[in-house]
Design a binder for this molecule. Structure first.
Ligand SMILES: Cc1cc2nc3c(=O)[nH]c(=O)nc-3n(C[C@H](O)[C@H](O)[C@H](O)COP(=O)(O)OP(=O)(O)OC[C@H]3O[C@@H](n4cnc5c(N)ncnc54)[C@H](O)[C@@H]3O)c2cc1C
Length: 375
């Protein structure tokens, strides 16, 4: 089935849905309130982690092989890969059950992992504080995606494929029953309208208000001291899990900066607000960071940044049909980018009638086992 689709939002979810629909022969118009890509989008950053390790959310772990294959299809279309396979190292300072659950999934998926001797920690990672570390685990099937480059290339690709790109065009109304929207005072009609508006989505789709909640999150970009620069340049993605909370660390690769952030949701904030992190935004991150890094005071802070994503109670994606001709995609919390291309393309497949629409919500929530992998 083909037709005309209106997509609201130029983040990874909207771009991927537009890509999936256009490849299936649909006419697509994509609306973005800011520039394309938009620095205020949740998707807009230098790097994002992707990995198969998923703790107790084993349904999402099972989606990851297909997510990696979807990225590969995108690299083929845009002509270059924006993925750096670094592996991931987990520095566990207390046992919260994450490791046992993750190992079960990794075994099922055939992804390699191994314990690193604690005695090797300081040699390989001289920047990390060894005190209090109980276990160090290295996993394969993980690395970094480079979102700014991905989105820029996707915008170019979509333009080349004939998608109508409407930058700096804010959508003010959506009618999911009629497949229409209003942007800049003009009404547009389609066979389907998809709201993929990130932390703004509940303004256009009231049914998700209070369920998929905008959450202001802080990250720090850092410049390491010169004597640690080589160690950082060779580092994998790092996740440091302490009793008081964990941090994730993206090493400087392919011209990106060293970045740290945490996994605790603020569940507050207005997505239109300023993107500079305040001392209040950073209050929680600093102590965890000082505990994880040795000599934190020797690092230069390059940028304290605030970003927004949406978060549901259980951290699962909220994707569903809305009305007779509408869909909403709310990519959730800190794992929405790695799955963004897969979920966007999956919604496109449902709209095109290639898969049952009623199954998509549970699939995107990581609650159903995906189809067996193609040989
Ligand atoms: C600090 C941080 C770290 C993260 N780390 C990771 C990670 O390591 N791995 C991972 O997988 N995920 C990570 N994520 C999550 C991931 O980035 C998001 O889940 C994902 O990018 C959300 O994509 P999206 O397309 O749904 O939303 P967005 O990227 O926000 O895109 C929505 C777009 O819709 C536009 N829009 C909104 N309203 C309108 C309107 N009315 N009219 C027109 N346009 C509109 C917005 O301007 C925006 O460009 C992280 C997120 C943050 C903030």
């Amino acid at each position: 089935m083909t037709g005309k689709a209106l997509v609201v939002g130029g983040g990874i979810a909207g771009l991927s849905c537009a890509w999936g629909l256009r490849k299936r022969g649909w006419e697509v118009e994509l609306f973005e309130q800011g520039p394309l890509p938009n620095p205020k989008a949740s998707s807009y950053d230098e790097h994002r982690i992707t990995r198969h390790a998923y703790g107790k959310m084993s349904g999402y772990a099972r989606l990851m092989p297909e997510a990696f294959r979807t990225w590969d299809r995108l690299w083929a279309d845009i002509g270059t890969s924006h993925y750096e396979p670094t592996g991931a190292v987990y520095v566990l300072r207390h046992d919260n059950g994450w490791y046992d659950a993750t190992v079960a999934s990794l075994n099922e998926l055939g992804i390699g992992y191994r314990d690193l001797p604690l005695s090797d920690l300081s040699t390989r990672f001289p920047m990390l504080n060894p005190v209090g570390v109980e276990r160090v685990v290295e996993t394969s099937g993980a690395g970094m995606l480079f979102p700014i480059r991905i989105m820029t290339d996707m915008v170019v690709l979509l333009g080349r494929l004939g998608v109508g790109l409407h930058a700096c065009t804010k959508v003010t109304e959506v009618d999911p029953d009629r497949g229409t929207l209003v942007a800049d005072g003009k009404t547009w009609s389609g066979d389907v309208v998809v709201v993929a508006a990130g932390a703004w989505a509940d303004r256009l789709e009231p049914s998700i208000k209070g369920i998929s909640v905008p959450s202001r999150q802080a990250v720090l970009y850092l410049s390491p001291p010169t004597d640690l620069a080589a160690a950082w340049a060779a580092a994998p993605v790092l996740l440091d899990q302490a009793a008081g909370g964990g941090i994730y660390i993206l090493p400087p690769r392919r011209g990106t900066r060293l970045k740290v952030g945490d996994h605790v949701f603020s569940r507050r904030g207005d997505a239109d607000a300023d993107r500079t992190a305040t001392e209040e935004d950073l209050a929680r991150l600093w102590p965890t960071l000082r505990n994880a890094f040795l000599g934190m005071d020797r690092y230069a802070v390059l940028e304290p940044k605030a970003c927004y994503y949406t978060v549901t109670e259980d951290e699962r994606f909220l994707v569903k049909p809305t009305g007779a001709a509408g869909w909403v995609i709310s990519a959730c919390s800190g794992h929405g980018f790695k799955l963004g291309s897969l979920i966007g393309d999956g919604v496109a497949a449902a709209i095109a009638g290639e898969r049952p629409g009623e199954d998509i919500s549970a699939w995107a929530a990581g609650e159903t086992v995906p189809e067996p992998a193609e040989a």
